[in-house]
Each structure stands twice: as C-alpha cells, then as structure tokens.
Design a protein around this ligand. Structure first.
Ligand SMILES: Cc1cc2nc3c(=O)[nH]c(=O)nc-3n(C[C@H](O)[C@H](O)[C@H](O)COP(=O)(O)OP(=O)(O)OC[C@H]3O[C@@H](n4cnc5c(N)ncnc54)[C@H](O)[C@@H]3O)c2cc1C
Length: 449
C-alpha cells in the first residue's frame, strides 16, 4: 500500500509519523512543496526578531530524522493535479520536470496562503507577506541589506502583533494599522486596549479603526495611504491580514469545499472523494462548542488533525474531538490568549453569555516577582456552563497554562462553578491558594447572583 501526502509542514508530517507508527510496512511519500520539511513556521517571528539566531533551529525534526523512519520526502515537488479515478497525481519539481505518482490512500495537507488584499501597489518589492520559510528569508535579506528604519504592519492579528514586537527589537519604528477598534480583535476590547497600551509603551505606533487603501513606491521608501485621511512614508510594509485555505488543487479534483473555500471533511478527516483525507489549514474545522464546522487555522489543530488523518488513512477510526480556538501570543513582556467563545460569539451562537473579570497576582505577592494578571470568563447564564475565557499577564506568569485549565474545562463542557472544585497546585512562588482563574469563577458567580 502506498500512502501519499501532499504538503510537508505541520499537518503532512504529523500524518506521516502517525501512519508510520501504526504501520511499519506501507510506503509513505510526502510531497514537500519547498525545501523545508517540518519547519515550525510559528517560530518565524522569533527568528526575524533575532531571538533565534539560526533558522535551522526552527525544524521540528530534521530531514534525516524523518527519512530514517522510512518516510520518503520529495523536496521541491508540488502536486499539480489529482486524478481521482486513476488514484494518481501529476507532479512538478523546481526544474519544471513533470512526473506521475500512484497512491492507494491520499492525504491533502496543502495548508493556507496569506491573503493578498487587492491594494494598488501591493506588488512593490518593499511589501512582504509571512507564511513560509522562503517568505522569512526574503524579509530577513531585506532587513539586513536595506537596513530599514521604519515599517508599517497592516493587520493586528496575532502575526501582526508578534511582528511588531520582532521588528521593534531590530530598532525599527513600527506603525501597526488595524481596521477594528483595538489590536488583536479576536479578544475582548478591554484586553485589546490593554495590549495596545503595552505595545505603545514599547514604542509601537498603533492606528486602530484605520484602513489602508493604497501603497505607492517612492524614491527611498513606500507611501501608505489610508482612511480616514492618513498618509505615511515608510521603508517596508508587512501585510498580515489573515490566511485563506490553499485548496485549488483539491477543488480542481472535485473535492467538496465549504466555509471560506476550505475542504469539507467529516470528523474522521475524510473528504468527499474515496481514499482521500485532508487536514490542517486547508480544511474546515469542527468546533466543539458550536457543534458545527468553522475555519480556524492553527498549528495545534494542524498537528492533531494530521495525526488523525494519518491514523485513519492506514485503517484507524479516530474522530477529531474538535477545536476551541485556543490560542496565545507573546508580545514584548506580555502573553495574551483566548479559548472558547467571546461574549459576542456566544450570543451569536444562541447562548446567554455573562462576562466577569478579575485582576490579581500570578503568585503570592509577598514572594518576589509577582505580576498582575487579568482573567475574563464568559459563562452561560441559564446553564452555568463555561463558554470561553481570556487572559492577559506577564509572559512568564503562566498565562498559557491557565488558559489550558479553561480549555480543559471547556472540553469537558463543565460549568464555571466547577473551576472552584479543581485541585490545582499551590506554592507561594508560583501560585496562590485560589488561582486567578478560580477567583474569576467566584466573581462570575457573584455577578450572576
Ligand atoms: C508567522 C506565523 C506564526 C504562527 N504562529 C502560530 C502559533 O503561535 N500558534 C499556532 O497554533 N499557530 C501558529 N501559526 C499557524 C500555523 O503555523 C499553521 O496553522 C500551521 O502551520 C498549518 O500547518 P499545515 O501543514 O496545515 O499548513 P502549512 O504550514 O501552510 O503547510 C502547507 C504546506 O503544503 C505545501 N503545499 C501546498 N500545496 C502543495 C502542493 N500542491 N504540492 C506540494 N506541497 C504543497 C506548502 O508549500 C506548505 O509547505 C502561525 C503561522 C504563521 C505564518
């Protein structure tokens, strides 16, 4: 049996590893569109900031690690067509040589591409996007050769805010432009405003409720024009306005697509074609709280779904348990993250959300190094069920692990009140007898009553 996987990033390699773990006999071939199999693109901002010196360190595993498991990696090789009836693929390598490969089982893990807004001037050599290792080399080359002193980042989602931090560390004056009311619009406005102030204190100029309308090359820089009535000249522009699923190949083969053009899959990661699975940033994702599919491209989900597709492609029957949209980001001294639904999303989904928040110390304040942390919880008024949570605090204050307590509670569909019953660890240098997430739960119950 021959398992072929299209795409050699988080999803594709997770699938290959799981398939190999379960079946030592089958042939596994991964088509890697570039020369960088299994690189952690989530780490790219930290390479560009200079915090990680060698890009090679971003490899989750080396090529050798993977090949030593009997997984064939075909680098710089792209699938150009899926011939479903013949169970075959057309391939093209970097030298434009064409070939064909047969498969018995196929996993599509083609990921996503950065959205390219239709702005005049977007093709300028001073405009950058960030999704692949090659994108990061292009930006790094510009940073070292042109030595830009200023940058405009369009989009203040998690990549935009991470890159504002990264470029500031390289002594570049950053202006961050966001059309929503605050940076990181996926969290509640109060937390977004707190992050905005923090970024401002580190020298980032933040422009919210602003829309870029055109880019225009100048003699020594690039002009950014925006609304309402806003113009600035800068040395480089980074566009980080989100991604869209890369599904042209799958759709041309007749594989059904759904939300935002992402491949439609069931909980077993099966597509509409026999013997073809798909996973990661190119597919719709089952949302555990909504009980329906959405599009939520994230690295953690990509790893999980890839593992499930790999297992099922070799005869397993594992279902994807669903995403909660859990994500966290480090920006300068802070970490900020969310899991589950925001208040507005919960209302939209038909819940009766109630929000409460507290600010307290990450550990007992008498022990040196305590830092404040804000926890916001969203629970359902009628059932008491936890629906979501958001946390902002010092990046070494265990924000991520506290979010994970909330994510675990959400996974088990437990109530806000049940957070108080959790037997969490405590020692003064690390925690308080009542953790901030439990204090937030108590506050939520008080507001409810
Ligand atoms: C800068 C940045 C920071 C991020 N940080 C985080 C984070 O902190 N936390 C988090 O959870 N997520 C993060 N993400 C998102 C995360 O990286 C993605 O969700 C994850 O990489 C998706 O993996 P994937 O394998 O599905 O897709 P991709 O990583 O997009 O990989 C798809 C691969 O398929 C290849 N391919 C496409 N078409 C073909 C073809 N026809 N033939 C052969 N190969 C093909 C592409 O070349 C690509 O290598 C970040 C993303 C970026 C860009």
């Amino acid at each position: 049996m021959h398992l072929v996987i299209i795409g050699g990033s988080d999803t594709g390699i997770s699938a290959a590893l799981r398939a190999r773990e379960l079946d030592r006999e089958i042939d596994i071939t991964v088509l890697v569109g570039d020369a960088y199999p299994n690189f952690s693109i989530c780490g790219v901002p930290f390479y560009l900031s200079g915090e990680i010196e060698r890009w090679q360190a971003l490899a989750h595993r080396t090529q050798n690690d993977i090949e030593s498991l009997g997984i064939e990696l075909r680098l710089n090789t792209r699938a150009t067509a899926i011939h479903a009836a013949e169970h075959a693929l057309s391939l093209q390598n970097r030298e434009s040589q064409e070939s064909r490969i047969r498969y018995d089982r196929l996993i599509v893990a083609t990921g996503a591409r950065p959205i390219r807004p239709p702005l005049p001037g977007v093709d300028s050599p001073r405009v950058f996007f960030l999704h692949s290792m090659e994108d990061s080399f292009r930006l790094e080359t510009f940073l070292t050769s042109a030595k830009p002193r200023s940058a405009v980042i369009i989009g203040a989602g998690y990549i935009g805010v991470e890159m504002a931090d990264a470029l500031t560390r390289r002594q570049i004056q950053v202006t961050l432009v966001e059309q929503a009311a605050t940076v990181l619009p996926t969290v509640h406005e109060e937390l977004g405003e707190m992050l905005q102030d923090h970024m401002h204190s580190h020298g980032v100029r933040v422009r919210t409720r602003a829309r870029v309308t055109a880019l225009e090359d100048g003699e020594d820089g690039i002009f950014v024009h925006g609304e309402p009535d806003w113009h600035v000249e800068t040395d480089l522009v980074l566009v980080a306005v989100g991604v869209s699923p890369d599904t042209a190949l799958a759709r041309a083969a007749g594989i059904a697509a759904g939300i935002r053009g992402a491949i439609r899959v069931d909980r077993y990661m099966r597509t509409s074609l026999p013997d073809v699975w798909a996973a990661g940033d190119c597919v719709e994702t089952y949302h555990r709280l909504l009980g329906s599919n959405t599009y939520l491209p994230l690295g953690t989900t990509a790893h999980k779904q890839g593992r499930i597709a790999g297992e099922n492609a070799v005869g397993g029957r594992r279902a994807f348990e669903g995403s909660l949209g859990t994500q966290v980001v480090k920006v300068f001294d802070w970490a900020i993250g969310r899991t589950g639904l925001t208040e507005a999303e919960a209302r939209h989904a038909g819940f009766y959300p109630l929000k409460a928040s507290v600010t307290d110390w990450d550990h007992k304040v008498y022990y040196p190094g305590a830092t404040p942390m804000t926890v916001a919880l969203i629970g359902d008024r009628s059932t008491g069920r936890l629906l979501g949570g958001q946390i902002v605090g010092h990046w070494q204050g265990q924000v991520a692990k506290r979010l994970d307590i909330l994510a675990t509670t959400l996974h088990h569909q437990a109530t806000v009140e049940s957070l108080n019953d959790l037997d969490l660890s405590y020692t003064p240098p690390l925690r308080s007898p009542w953790d901030p997430v439990q204090q937030a739960a108590q506050k939520w119950l008080k507001v409810l009553s």
